[in-house]
Write a protein of this length. Structure first.
Length: 385
């Protein structure tokens, strides 16, 4: 079943879609606006094992288990997927595909399923999962290519692949797969759809559908936000067609976060019930770009402000949004000398945040855990570095 709001009838159809979404218990929105923890965060650097030079933390589950990648040098390759067990600060590399020189773990479910990608011997990405060893996932691509981007709490994996004619997205639990609903309709044919985020409950997936919209004697492609729910897809056009959309994360209320780009500047964005709004500008000197990467079920959003769009490696700051308030996460904890939190990648239901930091010894992952205020004690500020 397809919902496809157009500008001519968007108000009525969005209202209808709102009723549809609100009829699903899982999408009740957070009742209170989240606030930053009064006593800030406790920082734990997540390091690479001995013999490795760099680490990056990309995903966390509600148990506090973290996944990401490690590298023996500062170069992009070779690279291995890695895991930090709850309470540990040294990564354990995960199994590699035979002959592979590159792998990343993007997220981990509550059941311990890890989703990611690994290069085959030809250097092409394959969707993979780790639970007991590494498994190449089934794919609609004839060569088994694709990327497993995200995983729900129950181990349902969201992946994308090219089926020979177009990019498609699908869910899988290892064997077999279910394609997400085709966004094509009488309003326009989809030339591809690319979902990269699944909610913890597994109820919703978020991404982009490219629609060939008729205009007189020709068509032009529009990137539209897609929210998939079971066998339905809900599409939302942007009022401002000049904004290039890049959704990144979705929570159990079907609230989507990501970024929009205009005039070569990326700005963090949020879509509530499909309605777009910009997130507050972090306004950090030298970092004009911002991207939201993830949102938890309390509505806390994490991401980065950066010197260059989509890349904080050359200068950036991990940030978090609490409603209309945005904070530089570097200001919320006591940082060791020479450490900068560059970007935040994920957040769990407890508010723990993971990402990547620059340190005097190279890149490392980081874990921020909210400090719980003791009853009756006034809030304290983090000590200056």
């Amino acid at each position: 079943m397809l919902y496809h709001p157009t500008r001519r009838g968007i108000a009525g159809l969005v209202a209808a879609l709102t009723i549809t979404l609100l009829s699903i218990p899982a999408v009740a929105l957070a009742e209170e606006t989240p606030t930053p923890p009064a006593d800030g965060y406790e920082l734990q650097l997540l390091k690479a094992p001995e013999g490795y030079a760099a680490a990056s933390a990309l995903g966390i589950n509600d148990d506090g288990t973290v996944v990401g990648s490690v590298r023996p040098t500062e170069k992009a390759q070779p690279q291995e997927a890695a895991i930090w067990a709850t309470g540990t600060d040294i990564a354990r590399p995960l199994a590699q595909l035979e002959g592979s020189t590159f792998a990343r773990a993007f997220d981990i479910g509550a059941d311990g399923t890890v989703a990611g990608e690994a290069f085959n011997t030809s250097g092409n990405s394959m969707p993979v999962a780790w639970k007991q060893g590494i498994v190449a996932l089934d794919s609609p691509n004839a060569q088994g290519l694709g990327v497993a981007w995200d995983v729900a709490a129950d181990g349902t994996i969201l992946a994308t692949a090219h089926d020979g004619t177009k990019a498609v997205s699908y869910t899988t639990q290892g064997k077999g797969f279910t394609l997400l609903a085709d966004p094509s309709s009488s309003e326009g044919q989809a030339s591809g759809w690319h979902a990269t985020s699944i909610s913890d409950s597994g109820e919703f997936q978020a991404g982009v559908a490219t629609i060939a919209v008729p205009h007189g004697d020709h068509t032009h492609n529009e990137r539209q936000l897609g929210i998939w729910h079971h066998d339905h897809v809900h599409l939302f056009e942007m009022d401002d067609e000049s904004l290039y959309i890049d959704p990144k994360g979705i929570n159990d209320s079907a609230v989507v976060v990501g970024a929009t780009t205009a005039n070569r500047v990326s700005s963090a964005a949020i879509w509530t019930k499909g309605k777009y709004a910009p997130l507050a500008d972090p306004a950090i000197d030298g970092f004009p770009h911002s991207t939201a990467q993830a949102i938890n079920n309390s509505g806390v959003v994490v991401g980065t402000a950066s010197k260059f769009a989509g890349n904080a490696s050359f200068g950036g700051a991990a940030v978090a949004w609490f409603g209309d308030q945005v904070v530089n996460l570097n200001d919320t904890t006591s940082l060791p000398e020479g450490v900068t939190l560059l970007w935040a990648s994920d957040i769990n239901s407890s508010g723990q945040i993971v990402g990547t930091a620059a340190t005097p010894n190279g890149l490392a992952g980081f874990l921020l855990t909210p400090v719980a205020s003791q009853p009756g004690e006034p809030p304290t500020s983090p000590e200056p570095p």
